[in-house]
Design a protein around this ligand. Sequence first.
Ligand code: NAD
Length: 499
Amino acid sequence: MTYTLSHHIDGQLQASNSPRKSELYNPATGEIIGHVPLADLSEVDKAVAAAKKAFPAWADTPPVKRARTLFKFKTLIEQNLEELAMIVTREHGKTIEDAKGSIIRGLEVVEFMCGAPNLLKGSFSDEVGPGIDCYSLRQPLGVCAGITPFNFPAMIPLWMFPAAIVCGNTFVLKPSERDPSCSMRLVELAYEAGLPQGVINVVHGDKVAVDAILTHPDIAAVSFVGSTPIAEYVQQTAIAHGKRVQAFGGAKNHAIIMPDADVEQTADAIAGAAFGSCGQRCMAVSVAVAIGDEVADKLVARIAEQAKRLRIGPGNQPNIDMGPLVTPQHYAKVKSYLDLGVEEGAKLVVDGRDFKHTDYPNGFYLGANVFDHVTPSMRIYKEEIFGPVLCIVRVSSESEALNLINTHQYGNGTAIFTRDGDSAREFARRVQAGMVGINVAIPVPVAFHSFGGWKRSIFSDLGMYGSESVQFNTKLKTITARWPTGIRHQSAYVMPTHE
Ligand code: NAD
């Protein structure tokens, strides 16, 4: 029995009238399990109109009341964690435990945003001139939109809409068309928490819906997470249409292994960071840079051992380490990079290309893959593969390793493994990346810091979540006030000063 999703507009499910739709897979079995509509312009219009109608009353709702609704939403996410994780696993393929972990990271953003009234409180300066005070407020923007990728179908929507709505905005979410069901369930829970009609709307779709959002005159701001070419396009198009925009792109995260590192522990951490979620994480480690051949040989041997031992299978079964890739198209893309790496001359020391699951031969499974002797000129090094593929690059010094990272097009996350505090500190200061781990393979910041890469991993001035999200979702207004008691107004034809 397959299912067909509806949009969620003005607090209600609304079946789509669009003739276009996309297939939803269960990647673990390869079966088509449902369909998602691909909205046309009129459906995006309806969602935006609902959000626009809900905005004035929601913006006037005291921040603490908005935060209370979010607090109930947080409790509902906790109560429904198992179900949400199952929905993520069904359409994405990652293991249930990994899905739960990602939802909890999203939940932490909701928890942080419950305290957002503290960040919205503004500032006041008394007596900036005779009888004159000056104060600043942060006010909501209006209708905000979020466009999200497939790889975190709960966490990334939770990075976006809780921050937007607690600041008094209303929201239109366009989730990934590859695994959109979790967004629907999250929005249902938000309404169960007491959100007024129209404050959040979900419209499904592809480029047509995204373009309608980017050019819509009633949308004030757009948050985007996805691949770099689309992030750049989203940023440029949204800016050209007068919107505030934050767009986050792809990655190629390097981990440096210094000669003094505990190689076994490091190799285990890197294997988890490279192959967890089948490598479909923007903070996955996809390049390990070993300093010296001795470190490299030990590292490759240990990671290869781990890679071969991985338990691969459906994410909803117990004791599985790695699920399938998300779609047949993505499977084909990752596999083509493996063939390319071999052609380019890298040594494929662990080859997962022929992996087939005996019970689910049509699932989109790939084994883990390790390329040794990768060089910076190879495409498998330069480009994001977004699969269970680890490239090992051998260098002879820390400065050579640092230079590799600093000249790479991407700068999302990076990590150094060492016991030497000086090296770690120097690395953290000099490296051209937005998020740095010291003996931490996946340094995704906690919810009260902000997430954001550098270089072609980001097309934005502000990070996602933490206090930077409150800045992104509000605009500053500064009021200078004088009450006429005692001081007579006089015409002044020069620039007012504080005198
Ligand atoms: P994607 O760019 O294909 O899709 C992202 C969103 O853009 C989807 O909602 C999709 O419908 C829309 N889209 C796709 N093609 C479009 C087009 N031509 N015009 C307009 N909109 C379009 O990304 P994905 O494959 O879903 O996600 C994986 C990518 O996301 C990877 O590159 C990964 O590194 C990146 N990512 C980045 C971060 C980060 O924070 N930097 C986090 C997660 C994922």
